[in-house]
Design a protein around this ligand. Structure first.
Ligand SMILES: Nc1ncnc2c1ncn2[C@@H]1O[C@H](COP(=O)(O)OP(=O)(O)OP(=O)(O)O)[C@@H](O)[C@H]1O
Ligand SMILES: [Mg+2]
Length: 462
């Protein structure tokens, strides 16, 4: 008896419903682009190829604009699912985390490590921290690490952003300072963390914040060791420079090696999921910025699906807002959110490897939809990796939780969609692809929405 048979016989009751998921999983991804409703249709209606609605300088083509064009442009800036937030006006919630970060830098002179799952909002937070620090006249150097990043290159670039006038040997009126020289001009061709710290001991009249985002991407363990050493030297010598490291990781040790040596010198912040109130304020912030209104039921729908993930909330607000505008409405309705889920499902599916897509299809056809939704919900609540306790937390009924835990065990044993890891803290599961939890969760939520529509059809007011 294969897994599929076992699952479908165990959960037969859910089977018919799950196989009737209305989003046709066999549709080719190319339909994503055919599905664009009025966006594509408008172009065909005018007989031409689709065109941009605004110039690269964000100027609207008056001949082609309608009253929704400006709203569309504002919406794009209000919800940016493919980019971090860099405008304070568009940043929602997170006051506690940001406050703690600022306090630890300012009051305790600690170095920071900001870690968490993809899309949880690390870079957006770092942008807000940068802005607050610049406001307080810190010199902020933000850099995004890559696979090949190394210590010397990264810190030489950082030093190039620190004017020499802040070096105690060179006042603002010295020739070098007036010539626009920087600390980088004082660095030898090769330098060690100790030499760099020696140079920075001379910083005066300012403070520097060096932000290294995407630190998980850097592959060099030498860089990681050098950075830990630098943090130690900077702390021991009370240098007016602090380092902030950001990156994807399930725990601190995964991101920064050599922790024991610097444990007392850093504050590690795991970026938490946003609270329901914060997600609501994310929707409200975008509402204000775009001029669109989200119907309370549409807002509830988004908050419920987002499960505290800013990335999901932004994605759904963006798509549902565009859907409302395309339909000539200034109000986003639950059906717009449902259409946004469909679009997001196609996007997420397009990012999955073909064998994974096939596994999902098979499990859904075998009636595993309901349990997959619960497991995906547990992954979203657990912030990526999850335990059976997270499955309990994500399951409204205890019977469902028992079945979902057994299913997670079976799937991970057969390495289908899930992997498991045992350590001192017990067993944890994780999906083999980042797109899987939101994909499976969206599918389930879409199904629930459609079932509700059948039970209580909305009266159309035309
Ligand atoms: N506080 C917030 N207010 C509004 N939108 C937010 C907030 N935090 C994150 N977002 C949105 O969520 C998405 C993910 O955010 P961000 O890019 O900052 O996450 P990340 O953790 O850096 O992701 P990655 O690990 O992929 O780099 C972005 O589209 C961003 O616009
Ligand atoms: Mg990021």
């Amino acid at each position: 008896m294969g897994l599929g048979d076992r699952v479908s016989s165990l959960f037969r009751r859910g089977a018919r419903r799950d196989t009737s998921v209305e989003l046709d999983l066999t549709r080719p991804v190319s339909e994503l682009f055919a599905q664009g409703s009025s966006r594509a249709e408008a172009a065909t209606a005018t007989g031409g190829l689709p065109r941009f609605k605004a110039t690269a300088a964000d100027q609207v083509d008056r001949r082609r604009s309608d009253r929704f064009t400006a709203m569309r442009m504002k919406l794009r800036n209000a919800f940016t699912p493919s980019q971090p937030v860099s405008d304070r006006q568009m940043f929602a919630g997170r006051t506690e985390v940001l406050g703690a970060m600022i306090g630890s830098i300012e009051d305790q002179r600690l170095h920071l490590v900001i870690y968490g799952e993809r899309g949880i909002g690390k870079t957006s937070l770092l942008h807000m921290l940068s802005e607050a620090a610049r406001e307080a006249r810190y010199i902020v150097v933000y850099s995004s690490c890559g696979a090949a990043s190394n210590f010397e290159e990264t810190f030489r670039a950082a030093a190039a952003d620190i004017p020499l006038l802040y070096h105690s040997n060179f006042g603002p009126n010295t020739q070098e300072a007036e010539a626009g020289s920087s600390l980088a001009d004082l660095l030898p061709e090769r330098f060690s963390p100790r030499q760099f710290a020696d140079l920075c001991v001379k910083l005066t009249g300012t403070r520097a914040l060096i932000i290294l985002d995407e630190f998980d991407r850097c592959e060099s363990s030498e860089f990681r060791r050098d950075l830990a050493e630098l943090i130690k030297f900077l702390s021991d010598r009370s240098v007016r420079m602090q380092v902030v490291i950001g990156g994807v990781a399930a725990d601190l040790a995964e991101l920064v090696e050599h922790i024991p040596s610097i444990r007392r010198n850093i504050l590690a912040v795991r970026v938490p999921l946003m609270s329901e109130a914060e997600i609501r304020s994310l929707v409200a912030t975008g509402e204000r910025a775009s001029g669109l209104t989200f119907d309370p039921a549409a807002s509830d729908f988004i908050v419920n699906v987002a499960r505290g993930w800013p990335y999901i909330a932004t994605l759904l607000c963006h798509h549902s807002g565009l859907n409302a505008i395309d339909a000539g409405r200034g109000t986003v309705l639950p059906d717009d959110v449902s259409a946004a889920l469909d679009e997001s499902l196609l996007e997420l599916r397009a990012r999955m490897a073909k064998p994974i897509q096939l596994q999902v299809e098979r499990l859904l056809a075998d009636g595993g939809g309901k349990l997959l939704t619960l497991i995906a919900g547990a992954s979203l609540v657990g912030g990526g990796e999850f335990s059976s306790a997270d499955i309990d937390a994500a399951s409204p009924k205890s019977g469902d939780a028992t079945a979902a835990k057994r299913f997670a065990e079976e799937l991970s044993a057969e390495k289908l969609l899930l992997e498991r890891r045992d350590d001192a803290y017990g067993r944890r599961y994780g999906f083999v692809e980042d797109s899987l939890p939101p994909y499976l969760w969206f599918l389930g939520q879409q199904q629930i929405h459609q079932d509700q529509q059948v039970k209580t059809p909305r009266v159309s007011n035309g």
